[in-house]
Design a binder for this molecule. Structure first.
Ligand SMILES: C[S@@+](CC[C@H](N)C(=O)[O-])C[C@H]1O[C@@H](n2cnc3c(N)ncnc32)[C@H](O)[C@@H]1O
Length: 280
């Protein structure tokens, strides 16, 4: 008691507890090869922390995603296996509905935190499959390789494509995230010009859509179609439009706006996404 009370005030104890909790979360996370080094475990912990801070701004988006996926699941004629790509903390995945609808549900992500794995255990027909959906993280973590770009161009993700039981597959708020940390790492290596790294990022996203398309069952995607910073004066800045890159069926079944980082989270303004939901 003496040591703690004399050296740590309430705020320090809170910060120390938070650091300890995040440290345990980091160590106990299940991560695909290369994902931890790429920063994806740290990012998963940061997403959960941000949700705790600004969850009320995210809830409408999470609810729209869950409702869309539940609707598309119900539209499947056969209901053997459902696969959710980018399931992560499962904030936006209607697990209970899927578990009740399908014989088997496979959640796929490069990182599953321990608390998600524990929570999922209550559903006997739901499993977590820890997998790098770009099949590239191992390569991207070695930016010094002489033929890195050629090796990356040859990668063709194949996970579960040979499973004829998959009647429903959905990519859940994932595609825009696939290139972010790998690109940051390549740029930080100083070995590649920004336009080449940018091109690679676009390839990773387009390849994900081709991978999704290769499934024979019903397919759905919920994705960040447009992202921008909204200045305090209401001006849209740094706009990124992914629709020309992804070339998904158009028009989307649904769209909505997601306030990803409300005022106060960024130094200036807010981060906004237009989310689109497509099924085919
Ligand atoms: C914005 S989150 C999606 C939200 C998530 N469905 C949830 O409810 O927490 C993006 C997800 O993509 C995953 N991810 C990023 N790169 C990946 C990769 N190469 N392979 C598999 N998952 C990846 C992250 O771990 C994260 O869970």
């Amino acid at each position: 008691m003496g040591v703690w009370s004399s050296t740590l005030d309430g705020h320090s104890i809170f910060t120390t507890k938070k650091l300890l909790r995040e440290c345990i979360e980091w160590l106990s996370a299940d991560a695909a090869p290369g994902a931890r080094q790429a920063g994806l475990v740290t990012a998963a912990i940061a997403i959960s922390a941000r949700y705790r801070r600004v969850g009320r701004y995210w809830d409408p988006h999470l609810e729209c995603t869950r409702a869309f996926l539940a609707k598309e699941a119900a539209a499947c004629a056969q209901r053997r296996t459902a696969v959710m790509l980018g399931a992560g903390a499962c904030l936006d995945v209607p697990i209970k509905t899927l578990a009740a609808t399908f014989d088997r549900v496979i959640l796929v992500d490069a990182v599953f935190l321990r608390r998600t794995r524990r929570w999922v255990r209550q559903f006997p027909n739901v499993e977590c499959l820890t997998y790098d959906l770009t099949e590239s993280l191992g390569l991207l973590n070695k930016p010094e390789q002489p033929d890195l770009f050629a090796q990356l161009a040859a990668v063709r993700p194949m996970l579960l494509l040979d499973d004829a039981q998959v009647d429903f597959v959905a990519s859940v708020n994932l595609v825009s995230q696939l290139p972010l940390l790998p690109m940051r790492r390549l740029l930080a290596s100083g070995r590649y010009a920004p336009p080449a790294v940018n091109q690679l990022g676009l390839q990773l996203m387009a390849r994900h859509v081709r991978y999704l398309n290769a499934f024979t069952g019903r397919k759905a995607i919920v994705f960040d179609a447009e992202m921008w910073r909204l200045s305090p004066e209401g001006e849209r800045q740094e706009v990124v439009d992914l629709r020309p890159v992804l070339q998904l069926p158009h028009p989307p079944e649904q769209h909505w706006f997601w306030e990803v980082a409300p005022a106060g989270e960024l130094r200036r303004g807010k981060l906004m996404h237009r989310v689109e939901a497509v099924a085919w």
